[in-house]
Ligand binder design. Structure first.
Ligand code: PLP
Length: 510
């Protein structure tokens, strides 16, 4: 892979040797020992270890080299093309990271008095106003830690609203289109609603007749991913809003795909009551990778009273944390949200400005459509739904034909892409498309990268038709070649830690 080292790095438990140390801790001075006493006696018997923990024993330099080697094997948006659909894996400017790491930020504690943290409160207040402006909503809460968390908060707000109107008992259903992101039905269920799925029409949009049929006085609301997981903007979005509102339901907009519509259209203007954004996709923080995220939600004026506490308010001179909101659903997360991620989003928006944000949407949509046009003509791949209609920020191609004609599946294609030093697209999602490859090039990759990816897919298609085993046995150039997917996920064989691996290996030997 470009800029990417392939080495057979052993895990840290297999390195070093018994007795080797990174640093030698000095013996406790007598005076301290006298003052504190014997540390062993300070711990209750039942909490004391019976033996020493099994830890790797290495010198400092061995540890440093181990982690440097691992870091070189990493692949990320900073190393190359990363078309992971639905995840918006775009470049995250380093200035935002630098700001979020300033000691004045990292040394701030959530229990500090309001008067000592006016700066970060101002950032949060201004950010929430900007996000409200971007989404066309009235007020924004920065508390949720992820997109799905925002969705869950949205369902709690729907409940709170229907409860206040004495309608919660009858409004038990949440309508979710089959082209929604997978978290939508999950959040609806966690929020206590029965999820009613509506199918897509041949254009990949919500089937309005099916929607009419699904909606009733039991409808609490609808959760719509727009642009949807096919990368298609709902052509009937206003009609959908009308149907749900007339039935007394609330409209929830999954705005995790906001990258496609920044500065172009606003969920609030489309009639939506609740919107979430994924700051860790759209605004300066990478999605995935295990780091923290932020999934703020914006709501209409009528729903503002239900937002979690505390609200950050401004009286013209000072910022405050306001807990006095009797209708609030109370808290959805400890403290105020993932402040580092919020600060990065603040810096990202500030540095791009309104024009820059609009350009993000334009270039990400242009890139997706440019690449889609190239890929849909490659033998074995097809563009399902709405052929000829442009997509927004992402698109889905199907390898169904390739599978039928060569035995090579979408999964094999993705594995082979790794051999060419590129991250694979999202595979087998959305579920409504057979052999799906979901591709989101984002605005951060130049034409040459897109052309290179198209060439790679063309080569893989040729390989599939001429020497399918090359694709079926891929990857060969990665450190770990093809895994046995059953063993890698089966409870009997999965090993999530070194200790578990040793135990399972011993069991297998017996
Ligand atoms: C459209 C859409 N909705 C919701 C989510 C869920 O966001 P999160 O992973 O932060 O929970 C994602 C994640 O990529 C998404 O793409």
């Amino acid at each position: 892979m470009p800029g990417h080292t392939r080495c057979n790095e052993r895990i840290i438990f297999e390195l070093g040797c018994s007795g080797r140390r990174g640093c030698i801790v000095p013996k406790v001075e007598k005076e301290i020992q006298r003052a504190v006493g014997d540390a062993k006696t300070l711990l209750p018997e039942k909490l004391r270890r019976k033996g020493l923990p099994r830890l790797p024993e290495l010198s400092e330099v061995e540890v440093v080299r181990h982690y440097v080697r691992l870091s070189k094997m990493n692949y990320g948006v900073d190393s190359g093309f990363y078309p992971l659909g639905s995840c918006t894996m775009k470049y995250n400017p380093k200035i935002d990271e630098a700001l979020a790491r300033l000691p004045s930020v990292t040394w701030t504690h959530p229990y500090q008095d309001e008067g000592m943290v006016q700066g970060i409160l101002e950032v949060m207040h201004r950010l929430s106003k900007w996000l409200a402006e971007i989404t066309g909503t009235y007020e924004v809460s920065l508390q949720p830690a992820a997109g799905a968390h925002g969705e869950f908060l949205g369902t709690l707000i729907m409940q709170a609203c229907h409860r206040l109107n004495d309608e919660l008992e009858k409004r038990t259903e949440l309508v979710v289109p089959d082209s929604a992101h997978g978290t939508n039905p999950a959040s609806g269920t966690m929020g206590g609603f029965n999820v009613v799925v509506v199918p897509s029409d041949e254009d990949g949009c919500v089937d309005l007749d099916a929607l009419e049929a699904a909606v009733s006085e039991r409808t609490a609301g609808l959760m719509l991913t727009n642009p949807n997981t096919l990368g298609i903007f709902e052509k009937n979005v206003e009609g959908i809003a009308e149907i749900i509102h007339s039935a007394g339901g609330l409209l929830y907009y999954d705005g995790a795909n906001l990258n496609a519509i920044l500065g172009k259209s606003r969920p609030g203007d489309m009639g939506f009551d609740i919107v979430h954004m994924n700051l860790h996709k759209t605004f300066g923080t990478p999605h995935g990778g295990g780091g923290p995220g932020a999934g703020p939600i914006g709501v209409s004026e009528e729903l503002e009273k239900f937002l979690p506490v505390p609200r950050v308010t401004f009286d013209g001179e000072r910022y405050h944390l306001d807990y006095d909101r009797p209708h609030s659903i109370r808290k959805i997360r400890a403290f105020y949200g993932n402040v580092g991620v919020l600060l990065k989003a603040f810096a990202y928006i500030l540095s791009l400005g309104a024009e820059g944000l609009e350009e993000v949407a334009e270039v990400s949509v242009l890139n997706a459509n440019y690449l889609m046009k190239k890929l849909e003509n490659i033998r074995g791949f097809e563009l399902p739904f709405a052929r000829g209609r442009p997509r927004k920020h992402e698109f889905v191609i199907s390898a169904k034909k390739l599978y039928k004609e060569t035995g090579v599946r979408a999964l094999d294609v993705s594995k082979r892409i790794l051999d060419y030093g590129i991250h694979a697209p999202t595979t087998y999602f959305p579920l409504i498309i057979d052999e799906a490859l979901m591709i989101e090039p984002t605005e951060s990759f130049e034409k040459e990268e897109l052309d290179r990816f198209a060439k790679v897919l063309e080569r893989i298609s040729n390989e599939a038709y001429s020497t399918p085993n090359v694709v079926l046995q891929a990857p060969k150039n990665t450190m770990v070649t093809r895994l046995d997917e059953v063993k890698a996920s089966h409870p009997k064989t999965i090993a999530l830690s070194w200790k578990m691996y040793l135990e399972k290996s011993e069991q297998q030997r017996d």
